[in-house]
Design a protein around this ligand. Structure first.
Ligand SMILES: NC(=O)c1ccc[n+]([C@@H]2O[C@H](COP(=O)([O-])OP(=O)(O)OC[C@H]3O[C@@H](n4cnc5c(N)ncnc54)[C@H](O)[C@@H]3O)[C@@H](O)[C@H]2O)c1
Length: 202
């Protein structure tokens, strides 16, 4: 018998002195786990999410564990350009620098294409693709102005590569996130910024 459990690797300061923004970071999903891992690695993290109550709960829990100086939160719905701008203004104001942005906000749903409404299509595309566009744009503007480089990580999905019934809107949005990421990467390399995407499975 083999034990398939992978031991949890403790943080070892990989992000010491860095500041990060993570969208859709409230609660128990990938954004919350990413924020936690960044804190374990020594980063200061500005959490954001559209769900204000759960964002506050997450902020308090992480601040209790990692210290209030390392954790801040600002509600941000990525479909709202004014809120996205406010998030990035706050990120730079908080610690005087920005190093890592994780665009994690994304929304799914299940509907066969023949039955899909415009509203279902628009909602998934607006949060998942256009939200990633808005936040990537804001991040690149902040990085370009500061002239210190930086990193953007966009959360895509294997759905962007693979066919799956009922997921046309989500798959199209995630394929769009990958295409946007590739284009942003070659543009932002010119001012020392890396833009990548990750593609988790379920
Ligand atoms: N969970 C998976 O299996 C999986 C697999 C592949 C990709 N992903 C991607 O990872 C990301 C996170 O997924 P998850 O399953 O961990 O999420 P989740 O469902 O656990 O949490 C999503 C969070 O997004 C927030 N949110 C929703 N709309 C928002 C908006 N307009 N602006 C800001 N925040 C908003 C919600 O309040 C919630 O806290 C998404 O982009 C998703 O597409 C997830």
């Amino acid at each position: 018998m083999t034990d398939n459990k992978v031991p949890y690797v403790p943080g070892h300061g990989l992000l010491a002195g860095r500041t990060a923004v993570v969208t859709a970071a409230a609660g128990a999903g990938i954004g919350g786990a990413t924020a936690r891992r960044f804190l374990e690695e020594g980063a200061r993290v500005l959490l954001s999410d559209a769900h204000t109550r759960r964002l506050g709960e997450t902020e308090r829990a992480l601040a209790a564990e990692f210290g209030a100086a390392a954790v801040a939160a600002l509600p941000c719905d990525v479909t709202d350009e004014a809120q996205v701008r406010a998030l990035f203004t706050e990120a730079v104001r908080l610690h005087g620098r920005l190093d890592v942005v994780v665009n994690n906000a994304g929304l799914g749903g299940t509907a066969d294409l023949a039955d899909m409404s415009d509203e279902q299509w628009d909602r998934v595309l607006d949060v998942t693709l256009t939200g990633t566009f808005r936040c990537t744009r804001a991040a690149l503007r902040a990085y370009r102005a500061a002239g210190r480089g930086g990193v953007v990580v966009n959360n895509a999905s294997v759905a962007g590569w693979r066919a799956q019934a009922g997921q046309a809107h989500y798959a199209a949005a995630k394929a769009g996130v990958m295409a946007l990421t590739r284009c942003a990467a070659i543009e932002a390399a010119a001012y020392g910024v890396r833009v990548n995407a990750v593609s988790p499975s379920l």
